[in-house]
Design a protein around this ligand. Sequence first.
Ligand code: 5GP
Ligand code: MG
Length: 458
Amino acid sequence: MCGIIGVSDHKEAANIAFLGLYALQHRGEEAAGIASYDGKNIHLTKSAGLVADAFDEDSLKSLKGKTAIGHTRYSTTGSSNSKNIQPFLVTHRNRPMAVAHNGNLTNTEELYRELEGEGSIFQTTMDSEIVVHLLAKARNGNMKKWFIEVLSQLKGAFSLVFLVEDVLVGARDPQGFRPLCLGKIDQSYILASESCALDLIHAEFIREIDPGEIVFIKNNKIESAYLPGWKKAKKAHCIFENIYFARPDSNIFNENIYQVRKRLGRQLAKEHPVKADFAMSIPDSGNYAAIGYAQELDLPFEVGIIRNHYIGRTFIQPSQFLRDFRVRVKLNPIKNVLKGKKIVVIEDSIVRGTTSRGRIEDLKRAGAKEIHMRISCPPIKFPCFYGIDFPSKKELIASSKSVRETARFIKVDSLAYLSLKGMLSVMKNSGNYCDACFTGKYPVPIPTNTSKYLLEGA
Ligand code: 5GP
Ligand code: MG
């Protein structure tokens, strides 16, 4: 997954993009980059690591100009080598442009083979680079026509921002898999993956970009165009954004994420109540559903695990002895709270089951007497091809183990998941979601060759 931001016509464009990326850090922790345009040249800084480490005063100063785009990366297509860090920049016929992408295309292979057959030389292994090649090939005097022609060839999930000289372009696929919103600071427009990025820079939230919409922003003016078929396309917002991925202080898909997660927790309590001494979460991602769960049942809510917020990269080599400690650097249970208690632990999701197993072991070691685990989404059984980095079916614990077998693996006294119907019932527009990871019903055909390293021939 990734976070994207675009700033138009602001004298602090790069600094605003930097702050926005800070708020979007959770969407990608592998690498970050910003490209800016100063009326003549495009400037680019990108580096592996967190946003705070990827830029310094000098690099931000060098990002001159009033228009900028930025990206935080979490590799879903292509491995995490440095060439694959975005924004991706090209100069074509002396005109520079840059792109930043969130989502996964599903027709990457077809487009790639076609372009390569026509002589395109690819520099990276990202599906996002394909977009730039298509743009270069189709360059047309009329910007709207040009973008419609190119973007309508893409299938799958894309929220995109482009710098085309001094024009900031934003686009969203017709299903609206990934979020993208529009804000305003002073007279200047901002595009961002999530509204929390707008809050941080005191920008006003204007609206979400429509699924299938392309916006062109220049000189504080905005114009829209739409991809063919956008109106008829069935919306398929990623429900996992609501469950886990997006920040709880964001409003996306017309919902506030904190409130959605609390409602998921309340619904979970209705479906699977436990008479426990108290409810607690696995921080941070389980916090909001856990609050809803406790409120629904009038159970006390306790913080049984404390999170250490100062986790840098640990370079400790993975011997088994040390690996155990590495995991516990992040989360530490409080023995005095847990000793001898019957607890209900709320978690937002189980993917592989391995971290949950470790957490439960810690809670037991801290003295919890009985542990009941409740999950605020249904079992994840199918991989995602639209941008969430879920592993292959083989690695998804729920695709091969029943709930009872999973409970045995995690070593809890009981385990229950929120039902599909219950999950959808708390969403405002429940028909507008992609729930393929739970149902296997993919709203857009998935590629036949599904490797994440597709373009590397791996
Ligand atoms: P598991 O027990 O399946 O190994 O891990 C479950 C935990 O992973 C939960 O705490 C959940 O919040 C977290 N999680 C779910 N999806 C993702 C993801 O896409 N990336 C990361 N880093 N964590 C995730
Ligand atoms: Mg979590």
